[in-house]
Design a protein around this ligand. Structure first.
Ligand SMILES: [Zn+2]
Length: 167
């Protein structure tokens, strides 16, 4: 079973050294997280597929399956592209899309496509604003794009992407 969270009581001073956190990559919404950090992190696995690398918590913290699809749709990058094949301009678009998509997710209170509820027991609203996730067979929402959303399994997770602007 996949686990989404745990609660551990820790001393503040040593919290970052705990085995629960010391294997987690940088937090992408920190101001210190720059495109240089992103490049450094993803290039740890140059042969990996970008979708898989974005959801690898040891590379970057906090990007799950839904957000990775939304990020790559926004950046116009196919989920199966090898990290080493990405052009400088594509990495820039991914960087921008990571910041924008996660910020949008937080602004809408998270994604409750599944069972996520906030501490008040209320669902988030990001699932009402998906551009690509679970829109298989539908027309791409990108302006002037004639693409259709496709679904494919990438390393065991479902990937949704546009057949035209993410080709
Ligand atoms: Zn498209």
């Amino acid at each position: 079973m996949r686990k989404f969270g745990k609660i551990t009581l820790l001393d503040t001073k040593t919290a970052h050294c705990t085995k629960h956190l010391n294997n987690i990559g940088p937090e992408p919404l920190e101001r210190q997280f720059t495109i240089t950090n992103l490049k450094l992190q993803i290039n740890k696995k140059p042969n990996g597929k970008i979708k898989t690398i974005l959801t690898d918590q040891s590379i970057i913290a906090g990007i799950g399956n839904i957000y990775s699809d939304e990020i790559l749709w926004r950046a116009g990058v196919h989920p199966e592209r090898k990290v080493s094949s990405l052009k400088e301009t594509e990495v820039k678009l991914i960087f921008k899309a990571v910041k924008e998509t996660l910020t949008k997710g937080i602004d809408f209170g998270g994604d409750s496509m599944s069972d996520y509820r906030n501490i008040h027991g209320l669902p988030g609203k990001f699932q009402l604003h998906h551009e690509v996730y679970r829109r298989t067979g539908k027309k791409c929402k990108k302006r002037n794009c004639a693409g259709i959303i496709k679904r494919k399994i990438v390393n065991g997770r479902s990937a949704h992407f546009c057949s035209v602007h993410q080709a």
